[in-house]
Design a protein around this ligand. Structure first.
Ligand SMILES: [Zn+2]
Length: 287
């Protein structure tokens, strides 16, 4: 490559005639073309990311509320507005307890809308319902949806060591209902408010050790447990913003080691639902 360039330069020196040198006739147009290609790649990348955001948020909303119309609106607003590319279709349907969404995005090639490239993608998720088949988050709007239907991460690194649902009790044995998710983390790891709201409870709570409960309005609450008493940074009545540090991971109460027990309550305090559909980026720890 370098040798070829060297030869080109020699050629250029030999055949230099007036202003029409190699630099202007070949190198500059090549550079310009390279810039165009890079710009094109950036536009394609952004279009793909926006399409995926639209799909993800539409599916999440449809899975928790069953409202496909609102899900499409949410998806479109998550896609945002760009004058480079356009979301030409977004379809959301619920079939056999599954949400299926598909999106098409038209991306112009080298600024000419005459030659568009269409990016297509689909997403699927199980519908989140309670025993009676009612959608758990019906009517939940406001703070939950202001951030695309997704809560902020309560821990920077969400490694799930125990899922929501029936399980073998780790302390007493036997079957027990686990009303939240457990995230293993070293003692002292910061815990963040999953969404803005008002702290309604902060302090000792039996097997939970200590708890913090935040009311996010519109019937959405989150609960954080097992902090030590010195690992609680907020008091009842405090208002917190999404992402504010509210405490530190501990192992107080009925606990086998430092972890955060995290719950999502919907509709009313005590109606615990699986927090997983409200989170993004949580992984199941291999232990
Ligand atoms: Zn737990």
């Amino acid at each position: 490559m370098r040798r070829m360039f060297h030869r080109l330069m020699q050629f250029s020196q030999k055949h230099r005639a007036g202003a029409a040198t190699l630099e202007f006739t070949i190198v500059l147009p090549l550079f310009f073309l390279l810039c165009l290609v890079i710009w094109q790649l950036i536009v394609v990348g952004m279009a793909i990311m926006d399409t995926q955001a639209a799909l993800r948020d539409a599916v999440k909303l449809a899975a928790t509320t069953g409202d496909t119309k609102k899900a499409i609106e949410q998806g479109k607003s998550s896609f945002g507005t760009s004058n480079q590319y356009e979301l030409t279709s977004l379809k959301v349907e619920i079939k056999d307890n599954k949400v299926h969404a598909s999106a098409k995005t038209k991306i112009p090639v080298l600024f000419t809308s005459a030659l568009p490239y269409t990016y297509e993608n689909t997403a699927e998720a199980p519908v989140v319902q309670n025993d009676q088949g009612a959608f758990l988050a019906r009517g939940i709007e406001g703070p939950l949806l202001s951030s695309g239907g997704i809560l902020g991460p309560p821990l920077r690194n969400m490694r799930i060591t125990s899922k929501f649902g029936y399980r073998i009790d780790p302390v007493y044995g036997g079957g027990a209902f686990h009303g939240g998710l457990d995230f293993k983390a070293p003692a002292g790891t910061p815990i963040y408010a999953a969404e803005s709201g008002t702290v309604i409870r902060s302090g000792p709570a039996g097997g939970y050790g200590n708890v913090i409960v935040i009311d996010h309005g519109n019937g959405l609450l989150t609960l954080y447990a097992h902090m030590y008493s010195h690992g609680i940074f907020v008091r009842a009545g405090d208002t917190v913003k999404r992402g504010d540090p509210i405490g530190a991971v501990g192992s107080a109460g009925k606990s086998t080691g430092p972890h955060l027990h995290f719950e999502v309550h919907v509709g009313t305090y005590g109606n615990r639902v699986n927090p997983l559909p409200y989170l993004q980026g949580a992984t199941v720890a291999s232990r």
